[in-house]
Design a protein around this ligand. Structure first.
Ligand SMILES: Cc1ncc(COP(=O)(O)O)c(C=O)c1O
Length: 361
């Protein structure tokens, strides 16, 4: 029979999400499992989000606002940018995919980091776009010189997560500015700031403060992490009008649903909820890192809501052992096969994790 899909689709391996709590509880017949695998907000959504969603019932028969007008208006005010410089996605993941289908095509080339967020790779593979994966310094921190050196005449797209997932490392403001300044004009730089709210290093700065340095800049943000509405899938991008205009042409109609739009607006209004979580994350990230270090493990410095830990043993085995103790963390592909990514949870969840790790020996 003739082929069903082109060869570049045939080679794809689907994204493997963090194991859901319900799945582990079903498999092991246990209760009270703890999920520290997907960098979600352990405090959940703001009560204001829940109230806003409850009001939406009567309008569920209608399509959502395809232009997400009210949400973009709120985001424009929040960031002090014009509304037509904002594009909203079904999670920032959708915007990553859209960037791979909008700014690059056959014969073009992209630059990404490794290890970094796996969806840049998946998006480029699915779009059949050639790309270079630039190895991070010691696999852990961004190498801006190497990113710049990987740019070829055909390069038109570059992805950089700041802070990075799964390492938690950030790029200093000076280095990020240098990247944006030195990147050839034709290249669209996508700076993914999914974990920005958790970054507290004195030399961290958002690429939004550097828009003057590189015209073809798209900054991605999400409501899935600090804002606590991962289930509803809302992310957004801020870029120049042409960047947003072309993304809008590729964007599927009604890509963000009504619940998501109204919840994101309510979440944006409740900055106190975000601040409480960010403060909790800061204290708990320090505690979990210190205790794991005391236990003899290497913990990569993190600017995010997770830590990357070297277990000096196959990560899959440690992952399985922790699963049996009801704690779900995240194993990683090469070159981080001895490392696990652990989301910072509520204090009691982190205490469960630390007890389970102590029990490993
Ligand atoms: C760096 C980074 N970017 C983007 C995303 C996607 O987030 P969402 O699609 O939920 O907005 C994630 C999720 O883990 C991430 O780690």
């Amino acid at each position: 029979m003739d082929r069903l899909v082109p060869p570049y689709i045939e080679r794809l391996v689907a994204y493997v999400p963090g194991k859901p709590v319900e799945e582990l509880e079903r498999e092991l017949g246990i209760k009270n499992a703890v999920k520290l695998a997907s960098n979600e907000n352990p405090m959940g959504a703001s009560p204001k989000v829940l109230a806003a969603i409850a009001e939406l019932g009567p309008t569920l028969g209608r399509y959502p606002d395809a232009a997400a007008f009210a949400l973009r208006e709120a985001l424009a005010a929040h960031h002090d940018v014009p509304m037509d410089e904002i594009v909203v996605g079904n999670g920032s993941n959708e915007l990553i995919d859209m960037a791979c289908r909008t700014f690059v095509g056959p014969g073009d080339h992209a630059v990404i980091g490794n290890p970094s967020f796996v969806c840049y790779r998946l998006g480029l593979l699915a779009a059949n776009v050639d790309f270079t994966e630039v190895t991070l310094r010691d696999n852990l921190s961004w190498d801006i010189d190497a990113m710049l050196a990987a740019v070829r005449p055909e390069t038109r797209l570059l992805f950089l997560a700041n802070p990075n997932n799964p390492t938690g490392a950030h790029v200093s403001a000076t280095e990020l500015a240098r990247l944006l300044r030195e990147l050839p004009e034709r290249v669209v730089a996508v700076i993914d700031e999914a974990y920005l709210e958790f970054a507290d290093a004195p030399d961290f700065a958002s690429a939004l403060t550097m828009r003057a340095l590189h015209e073809r800049l798209l900054v991605l943000r999400t409501f899935s992490k600090a804002y606590g509405i991962a289930a509803l899938r809302v992310g957004y991008g801020i870029g120049t009008r042409p960047i947003v205009d072309f993304l809008n042409r590729v964007r599927a109609p009604f890509n963000t649903n009504s619940l998501a739009q109204i919840a994101a607006r309510a979440a944006l209004e409740d900055q106190a909820h975000v601040e409480r979580y960010v403060a909790l994350n800061r204290t708990e990230r320090a505690r979990v890192s210190a205790e794991l270090t005391t236990l003899g493990y290497v913990v990569a410095p993190s600017q995010a809501n997770f830590v990357l830990v070297d277990f000096a043993a196959p990560g899959k085995d440690v992952y399985e052992k922790l699963l049996r103790k009801g704690v779900i963390v995240r194993p990683l592909p090469p070159p981080l096969t001895n490392w696990l990514r652990i989301t910072i949870g509520l204090p009691e969840e982190n205490t469960r994790l630390l007890a389970a790790v102590r029990d490993l020996a």
